[in-house]
Write a protein that binds this ligand. Structure first.
Ligand SMILES: [Zn+2]
Length: 308
């Protein structure tokens, strides 16, 4: 997750103020009804998420389609929580995490609206966190691993022939169980289109390696490209680690994509926030490069106006 906080979620931002208001309401009356304005969808929040995740679903690794720019999904549901057959009352959810960046993931509509919805299963319902036990996140033991927090990249390997994802060898039983659970939940290996898409990515990357199209391979191996984990694993297997991009190279290729989109839709705020976030997270060389690029693209004033 990015080490920047979008202004909307800072203490004085709309989300931060709402967070404080909710806390006061609930501390005065634990049953107080809460309302959740959609501050997670503000341009700065989405921009920060795009910059760290790419336009890729956090749960299944698919590319978010152009006409569906992805849902800002709450990993721990903010409102009601469904766990197995049991549905808790509204506002029984993790309301105090409604405006926390760390609880957000960009997700495709299949994973968010069809599969996950308000589900957040635990192995032991008795351990579900409440506001007063909220600090003890580790004790909750959720069934679904968090894709950004738990290094799923090290936990999952792809069968490079058939595109099937499996727990990596060397995991302990607990890690293995969690990988299997998240894979089953999001139908990683049971959705034919998803498996086919992974196979397509593997064979395309392989073709590019054979044709010596190294720049294209590096983009495919970047975190913000779909199913990039598979490409990275393939490159390691072939001892072609030099084609795996550094974090700053990943940011550069993402910026190139976003600048090209801004040529079509100048001034689009979410994209400007992506550039600003990439700048914020990058080393000096990429920062200088970015400044030059947004000057050339004619969006310098707009990007530099944005402040964390
Ligand atoms: Zn998805």
């Amino acid at each position: 997750m990015a080490a920047v906080e979008p202004p909307t979620l800072a203490q004085a931002g709309k989300g931060g103020l709402k967070r404080g208001e909710h806390r006061q309401q609930r501390e005065a009356d634990p049953g107080a009804p809460l309302h959740f304005p959609d501050h997670g969808n503000e341009a700065d929040v989405r921009g920060v998420l795009y910059a760290s995740q790419g336009r890729v679903c956090g749960f299944c690794g698919s590319l978010l389609p152009q006409n569906d720019r992805g849902d800002v999904e709450h990993y721990r549901p903010k409102n009601s929580v469904k766990s197995g057959a049991r549905i808790e009352a509204p506002n029984g959810g993790y309301w105090w995490l409604a405006y926390e960046l760390g609880n957000y993931l960009l997700s495709c509509s299949r994973c968010n609206r069809t599969l996950k919805r308000t589900k957040f299963p635990l192995r032991d319902e008795a351990r579900r966190l409440r506001y007063d036990t909220r600090k003890d996140l580790a004790a909750e033991d959720p069934v679904l691993a968090h894709p950004a927090w738990e290094d799923l990249e090290d936990w999952v390997i792809a069968d490079l022939e058939n595109g099937i994802l499996e727990p990596a060898p060397g995991l302990d039983a607990e890690q293995r169980r969690r990988v299997e659970a998240i894979g089953e939940f999001f139908r990683w290996n049971r959705d034919g289109l998803l498996v086919q898409d992974r196979r397509r990515v593997i064979s395309e990357a392989l073709r590019y390696v054979e044709d010596g199209r190294e720049d294209a391979v590096r983009v495919m191996a970047s975190r913000h490209s779909r199913h990039s984990l598979l490409v990275v694993q393939r490159l390691k297997q072939y001892n072609r680690e030099e084609l795996i991009p550094s974090a700053d190279e990943e940011r550069q290729s993402m910026a190139i994509e976003v600048l090209a989109e801004l040529e079509i839709e100048p001034g689009e705020e979410e994209r400007l926030w992506v550039l600003r976030t990439l700048w914020e997270l990058s080393g000096a060389a990429v920062r200088g490069w970015l400044e030059q690029r947004w000057e050339e693209a004619g969006c310098r004033v707009e990007v530099e106006k944005l402040r964390f």
